[in-house]
Write a protein that binds this ligand. Structure first.
Ligand code: ZN
Ligand code: ZN
Length: 125
């Protein structure tokens, strides 16, 4: 079950609400593939070729696009056999996004003044 997080900037009051984690359907690789653009789908399929039950970790993570100045959720997959991790670029402008790791705090991409607060805003799937 995924979670919904709200990110709030205490300085400029900008808020974003995004879906994180993974849904029930993402236990299957073919459903996970749908989350990625065609070029990454090809890499995933090449990496898992020959595996009857590909072993992977998948989740939506919070990220920042410094160009669009937005907080967004991006699908991230880690493939155990190849050791590769894939995540798509910003869907709006195509540059690499900065993905938030567990312990990291995001700085507001709009004003650049404050770390964003993160609060629980529910569940999805
Ligand atoms: Zn962008
Ligand atoms: Zn701000």
């Amino acid at each position: 079950m995924g979670r919904v997080n709200r990110f709030i900037c205490p300085s400029c009051k900008m808020t974003w609400q995004i879906q994180l984690g993974h849904g029930f359907r993402h236990a299957r690789l073919e459903n996970v593939l749908d989350a990625f653009p065609a070029d990454i789908q090809e890499k995933i399929l090449a990496d898992t070729k020959g595996e009857a039950f590909p072993s992977f970790e998948f989740q939506y993570k919070a990220a920042i696009c410094p160009k669009c100045r937005q907080v967004l959720s991006v699908p991230v997959i880690h493939l155990h056999q190849s050791g590769n991790t894939y995540a798509p670029a910003c869907p709006d402008c195509g540059i690499s996004v900065q993905i938030k790791e567990e312990e990291e705090t995001l700085i507001c991409p709009v004003c650049g003044e404050s770390p964003l607060f993160s609060e629980d805003a529910g569940r999805w799937d």
